[in-house]
Design a protein around this ligand. Structure first.
Ligand SMILES: [Zn+2]
Ligand SMILES: [Zn+2]
Ligand SMILES: [Zn+2]
Length: 531
């Protein structure tokens, strides 16, 4: 073992340290089984460790990169000149690694962070301008709304540290017909097993829960229509002419609650009349406080009569839950209702965080409640199959024909994060800029010069006029690192990079404000919207 190798192992092997993690701190690899530990050591001592660690760094220590074989050339579109070429067979590992791009933190911490960062910038640009969106957009009325699901039965919750369920509902006995208590005197802490679980699973209305979840995207769609209708009424115009006065822009994310049902968080902005560029100033007199009122009004009125699950089943009128909340967002020159107002950073941060969560992150998917939800899906689908066999109607035509496909999402088939067309920039634009930035950085690195701020300005500007084109032919060679040991190393390096970035951000924050003030707990985490 050379001295250099020994030092490398020393740097990378997990040493328990009570000090804060920093750039020079060892990686924390956690508990590995013997086989994985052997793979980690083999990688650290391998001849191509440098090549591997460079490849891992290039994909931001993605946990499950896509492997590609092939080559590409960068061509100047004006002259046809080949500026550079790259072939996977030239690289020491003989393969090109590309980020997996997974949104979910549980699958890939690194790509999920990148997705969260992009979502943050996308949402923030729609609140305060920037990244090609005019700053004036920050003057337009903006509201942060939370649209919840109604109750389908009593469940345990944290209630912000208060007693879970000290009283019975009106007309309710202290024991249900199945002999189970309808009250709970515990104070549940985060991570408690019963959280989100029904007090009695036999009382809980699983079918209605699933019907609501299935139609939640439809309820949202109807809400946006109703909001436009409410606005037209407020402005005294017919709906078809509303776009000549105002347009509604939004960005929304779906978040699972502990009880396994989604709710929506949305930023809703009022822009002026429809123009080619969008982002026109809203007409005078329409304040964020008024918009919040109209949003609440529209949300309370939305309903949808869901098709029945089977012959003889009831028709359910679906609505949003009573815990409907719409709050104005503070902007630099916006002064309405400062007490309830949130800052743009707060909301962009919340939404970006929610967007990387999934059913498996915030719901106990192995608990009896989730199992019962999935079992109910199976029952519903079996009944449909029997019905369609008897009536010769194909399953696909049944309104719940695809429910089984979405059982892992507990019946939610919508997108986790969506926005209207003119809300701000797109994720695609942000990604293309990053690719250009990385290309410029690599070129500067090769030529031994540093990247200037004006280079960065260029990168942000010319979205439409690309002067270089990358042509290539790639074939898929597989997904993931070669061994579990490599995956663990990549994850540990990603975690350290995150800690380091957080520390630097905290230090910058401290410098700027003289204190570190962060509102860590969100309303959802405090159980404000829980039932
Ligand atoms: Zn990844
Ligand atoms: Zn409880
Ligand atoms: Zn019961």
């Amino acid at each position: 073992m050379t001295r250099e190798t020994r030092e490398r192992v020393w740097d990378a092997v997990p040493l328990r340290s009570t000090e804060q993690a920093g750039e020079g701190q060892p990686l924390d690899l956690g508990h590995l089984d013997a086989a994985t530990e052997a793979q980690v050591l083999a990688r650290l001592l391998s001849r191509d460790f440098d090549a591997w660690s460079e490849a891992a760094a290039r994909v931001g220590h993605c946990a499950k990169p896509v492997r590609l074989h092939g080559s590409s050339q960068t061509v100047d579109t004006r002259t046809g000149e080949v500026l550079s070429s790259f072939s996977s067979s030239d690289s020491p590992l003989g393969v090109l690694h590309v980020r997996c791009g997974n949104r979910r933190a549980a699958d890939c911490p690194s790509c999920s962070r990148l997705y969260a960062a992009d979502t943050f910038h996308l949402i923030r640009a729609g609140v305060t301008g920037g990244r090609g969106v005019p700053e004036e957009v920050g003057e337009n009325p903006l509201v942060f709304a939370t649209l919840t699901a109604p109750s389908f039965g009593l469940v345990h919750g944290t209630r912000g540290g208060r007693t879970c369920r000290p009283f019975t509902l009106r007309g309710q006995d202290r024991v249900c017909e199945h002999g189970r208590p309808t009250v709970c005197h515990a104070r549940h802490a985060d991570g408690d097993e019963p959280l989100g679980q029904p007090l009695c699973r036999d009382c809980y209305d699983y079918e209605s829960h699933l019907v609501w979840q299935w139609w939640a995207p439809e309820l949202w769609r109807r809400f946006t229509i109703d909001l436009r209708r409410t606005l037209a009424k407020q402005l005294g115009v017919i709906e078809s002419r509303l776009a000549e006065l105002v347009t509604v822009q939004y960005a929304k994310v779906a978040e699972y609650q502990l009880r396994g049902i989604v709710h929506f968080h949305a930023l809703i902005r009022l822009d002026g009349p429809k123009t080619i560029d969008g982002f026109a100033p809203a007409p005078a007199g329409l304040t964020a406080a008024l918009l919040a009122l109209l949003v609440e009004q529209a949300g309370a009125g939305v309903s949808f009569d869901a098709p029945s699950l089977h012959e003889g089943d009831v028709t359910r009128r679906l609505r949003f839950g009573a815990q409907f909340d719409a709050r104005p967002i503070a902007a630099a020159r916006r002064t309405d209702d400062p007490d309830r107002a949130l800052t743009p950073e707060q909301v962009a941060g919340y939404l970006a965080k929610y967007a990387t969560k999934s059913a498996t992150d915030s719901t106990n998917t192995h608990g009896p409640h989730a199992r019962r939800l999935r079992a109910t899906i199976v029952t519903i689908v079996d009944r449909q199959r029997a019905e369609s066999a008897a009536s010769d109607q194909p399953m696909a035509e049944h309104p719940y024909g695809l429910l089984f496909k979405w059982r892992h999402m507990l019946g939610f088939r919508g997108h986790f994060s969506t926005k209207s067309r003119r809300y701000s920039v797109t994720l695609g634009q942000l990604r293309r800029r990053r690719v250009r930035y990385e290309r410029a950085l690599a070129a500067a690195h090769r030529e031994g010069r540093t990247l200037h701020v004006r280079d960065l300005d260029d990168l942000l500007q010319d979205d439409a006029e690309e002067t270089t084109l990358v042509v290539g032919q790639w074939t898929y060679a597989g997904t993931g690192w070669d061994t579990d040991g490599d995956t663990e190393l990549a994850k540990a390096a990603a975690a350290r990079a995150r800690e380091y970035a957080q520390e630097r951000a905290a230090a910058r924050n401290e410098q700027r404000t003289g204190r570190v003030a962060s509102r860590k707990e969100t309303d959802c985490e405090r159980g404000r919207f829980g039932r």
